[in-house]
Design a protein around this ligand. Structure first.
Ligand code: KG4
Ligand code: ZN
Length: 331
């Protein structure tokens, strides 16, 4: 049983092979070209996917020791994501599947992030609760089964990763700012107090935090033009502490409300060291079983798409010949 999976929803071109119950190759080519623009430029991203897709897929097959003729199915992220980026991977994968005469599976990117928990041991039991935090999404998901997942909370404005990236940009960090902010925060102290939004539901909001950091920086830069440079590490630590506390507090509320103790985190922001640390602290207090996919399965990758495709293959969830990518693919 062999599946080739492709992921190209944003700025990473990725391919992976699932064979006989495990991931046997996982290739990711990240597009560093966007750093100079301070964000992903959609046209540049789709062109870069177009240039790389063939070699990335070839490398995934080669590492797996698999020929095209050995494949039982081909899968690709169908959405959500950037249309031009999705189109490159989806068209490539669908054409390949049609040419080989094997089933084609269209995978939801955010569901794949969650199903990354099933690539390696230890795996959560169902039902489990997943905090899914990426550059485009922030969701609390109640997972009842690999293909039955309910969103019980989501962001009303910016995603957590977007908050890291936009505030990091204000602090002069390169795009995407999350990893750099995480590094600098480890050298600083959370001495600046930024407000936590008071939202009674399980939904999140990060735009207030972004605005309060902006006004705080403006007012301090008026008094001292070197304020950011002098306090960069402490600013990073303070912002990170607040984003993490917003996430952990909502997760706690959701765990209490649903009475679920198996907790997972997924998406690029789940690589954040403070979030991982706080989760460990919280789990010992609350008695949670916490599941953290390894870092390479947290940020965008095709192994998670292959994992999701495996579950869909088992239940015969295949795409028709007229399937198209959808930047706003429904849950
Ligand atoms: O899941 P992902 O790779 O792509 C999307 O689907 O969006 O997530 C990318 C996001 C970016 O916002 C990036 O800054 C953030 O994940 N990120 C981090 C860390 N590593 C990646 N944010 C905070 N701390 C990190 N260590
Ligand atoms: Zn993602």
């Amino acid at each position: 049983m062999k599946i080739l999976a492709i992921e190209s929803s944003c700025d990473d071109t990725a391919a992976a092979v699932w064979a006989n119950g495990q991931i046997v190759s996982n290739v990711v080519s990240s597009q560093l070209v966007h750093e100079q623009y301070g964000g992903v430029v959609p046209e540049v991203a789709s062109r870069a996917h177009n240039e790389r897709i063939y070699s990335v897929v070839e490398s995934a097959l080669e590492t797996a020791g698999t020929d095209l003729g050995d494949l039982d199915a081909i899968a690709c992220t169908q959405g959500p994501g950037l249309m031009g980026s999705l189109l490159v991977g989806f068209t490539f994968a669908k054409s390949l599947a049609q040419g080989l005469g094997v089933p084609f599976i269209g995978v939801h990117h955010m569901r794949a992030h969650i199903l990354a928990h099933f690539i390696e041991e230890p795996k959560p039991d169902f039902p489990f609760l997943c905090l899914t935090v990426s550059g485009g999404h922030t969701q609390l998901v109640k997972c009842l089964d690999p293909l039955d997942m309910k969103i019980i909370g989501s962001t009303l404005d910016d995603a957590a990763g977007e908050a890291f990236d936009k505030i990091g940009k204000m602090l002069g960090l390169p795009y995407p700012a999350g990893p750099a902010l995480d590094q600098l925060a480890q050298k600083g102290l959370p001495i600046f107090d930024f407000p936590e939004p008071q939202i009674p539901s399980l939904d999140f909001s990060f735009s207030g935090l972004k605005t309060s950091v902006l006004y705080f920086l403006r007012s301090n830069l008026n008094k001292d033009p070197d304020f950011i440079e002098v306090h960069k590490n402490d600013l990073c630590a303070s912002v990170q502490e607040r984003i993490v506390s917003i996430l952990i507090n909502k997760l706690t509320k959701a765990a209490n409300k649903t009475d679920i103790q198996h907790i997972g985190i997924a998406g690029g922001v789940s690589a954040n060291s403070a979030l991982r640390k706080q989760l460990a602290v919280k789990s010992s207090i609350e008695g949670w079983h916490v599941f953290l996919p390894k870092l390479s399965y947290c940020t965008d990758n095709a192994a998670m798409v292959a994992m999701a495709a495996y579950f869909m293959y088992e239940r015969g969830q295949f795409c028709n010949a007229d399937a198209r990518p959808d930047p706003r693919l429904k849950w």
